[in-house]
Write a protein that binds this ligand. Structure first.
Ligand code: KG4
Ligand code: ZN
Length: 338
């Protein structure tokens, strides 16, 4: 079964073709660097760029996968959550293709896409459930207890900022550019993670929720108190100390979650922040200690927003309920549940 998927929920225009939920035939992505000078995504600019680029991305995806539209069994698209005007580009493109070529189209929840992303370029049978899935991006920080790729219970979430948002804000405060995650983690490699003691917020004794706004405020104070905040050693040490604080916070929460749900077979780490090498390594080590399997995405490209994960989620949805795919015009305003 070949699924062609669109993902335009934020600032990446992505189209992918995935066979049987796991084999990525093509996953084309154009990231919008135009937002860099604003230090964050400008919704109007994002929407216009999606509109200008989706067709070129769509066509190069078909070429790369060596497919024509007649080879495609289903279309899929991120219906939400995300920036409304960005989402509208993907849902409209997928809906027009659905009506024009009479292909069924599946609406997909963005976070469900992230949850399914570890399966890309692997075999479904490699995964044992139940598992804990930590999904961390610029918009959310959620911990799920999953019985399968489609069946989840939310057991923890951020009470304020998402962890990716904290990375982005720290980069902005230090004048390092956008998106902050990859930049901060590069600087962190050159710094001392124990130079500045930043607040690790663990909340109530058994809480699996997160809070990163205090950490962001502490970094802000550190920068304000500094005479020369553009000193390279200072920047590297702040980035490393910040990243260490995020790692320690997650480690504590995952430990608590393993103790609360001892039958969990594995930890799955997904979402844009799962492209962070230091976090991946720390989680891998913790899982070894607890004798749990550890899965993250097979490629960094499947951690940050991409259409392949949307195709994969659509595959599981079709397998569960074959009548879910309809030839239809999708509303980008619908409130999807996962
Ligand atoms: O999943 P994603 O691409 O988009 C959303 O759904 O939000 O996640 C984007 C987030 C951004 O906040 C970005 O700074 C962060 O993921 N990110 C990283 C890294 N690469 C991307 N954070 C930490 N380390 C990275 N290497
Ligand atoms: Zn995302």
């Amino acid at each position: 079964m070949k699924i062609l998927a669109f993902e335009t929920s934020c600032d990446d225009t992505s189209v992918a073709i995935v066979k049987d939920g796991t084999k990525v035939l093509a996953n084309i992505k154009q990231s919008q660097i135009e937002h860099t000078e604003y230090g964050g995504v400008v919704p109007e600019i994002a929407a216009r760029l999606h509109a200008e680029r989706w067709r070129e991305v769509f066509e190069s995806c078909l070429v790369k996968a060596q497919c024509t539209i007649s080879d495609i069994d289903y279309l899929a698209v991120t219906q939400g959550p995300g920036l409304q005007t960005s989402l509208l580009n993907g849902t409209t493109a997928a809906s027009f293709l659905s009506l024009l070529y009479e292909k069924p189209v599946i609406p997909v929840h963005h976070i469900l896409g992230h949850i399914c992303s570890p399966v890309l370029e692997r075999e479904v049978r490699e995964f044992d459930f139940p598992v804990l899935t930590l999904t961390v991006s610029g918009g959310h920080t959620n911990l799920y207890r999953c019985e399968s790729f489609l069946k989840h219970t939310l057991v923890g979430q951020t009470r304020d900022d998402a962890a990716g948002e904290a990375f982005d804000k720290v980069a902005k405060m230090l004048g390092l550019g956008y998106p902050g995650g990859p930049i901060v983690s590069q600087w962190a490699e050159k710094g001392d993670g124990h130079k500045y003691l930043l607040p690790r917020v663990f909340l109530e004794k058994d809480s699996l929720d997160f809070s990163f706004s205090g950490l962001k405020a502490a970094v802000y104070r550190l920068i304000q108190e500094r005479d020369n905040a553009s000193d390279e050693t200072f920047i590297a040490d702040v980035c490393a100390s910040f990243q260490q604080c995020v790692i320690d916070t997650f480690l504590k929460k995952i430990q608590r979650a393993f103790e609360k749900f001892p039958s969990s077979k594995a930890l799955h780490f997904v979402g844009g922040v799962s492209a962070n090498k230091q976090l991946r390594e720390s989680f891998q080590e913790l899982c070894k200690k607890y004798q749990k399997q550890f899965f993250t995405t097979a490629k960094f490209d499947y951690s940050t927003d991409n259409a392949a994960m949307i195709a994969s989620a659509a595959y599981f949805l079709i397998r569960e309920n074959p009548s879910i795919g309809q030839v239809q015009f999708l509303d980008s305003n619908a409130r999807l549940e996962i």
